[in-house]
Design a protein around this ligand. Structure first.
Ligand SMILES: [Zn+2]
Length: 111
């Protein structure tokens, strides 16, 4: 589960920089486009964090919906399969995904 590995790398690197010995809670934002399900992330995190300073950390997951920005009119919209992911304002198919395609570590809370 590469998402979990990436999250752990980020957090461990950050903890090392700040000299943290244990982490109470990790808050992450998970983009809907990643297809990563919160329950799987939690499960893999529990397994992967064993033996690290993250083994007792809670993972708090916030799901971020997908948002696109229309390259033609600049409208920010939620792409929908029913209209072919087109811009609801001008009908353009030239949308740029601006949110919801990655996983971000928002906050690290230590003891
Ligand atoms: Zn548009």
């Amino acid at each position: 589960m590469s998402f979990v590995a990436a999250i752990m790398d980020t957090v461990l690197e950050e903890s090392e920089k700040k000299g943290l010995k244990s982490i109470r809670c990790i808050k992450i934002s998970v983009g809907a486009m990643t297809g990563a399900l919160p329950e799987y992330l939690e499960k893999y995190f529990k397994e992967a964090s064993k033996g690290t300073i993250l083994q007792n950390s809670a993972l708090e997951i916030k799901t971020v919906p997908v948002e696109a920005e229309c390259c033609d009119c600049g409208k920010v919209y939620a792409p929908e399969r029913s209209n072919g992911y087109r811009c609801p304002e001008c009908g353009s198919g030239q949308g740029r995904v601006i949110r919801g395609r990655d996983i971000i570590v928002d906050t690290i809370i230590c003891d």
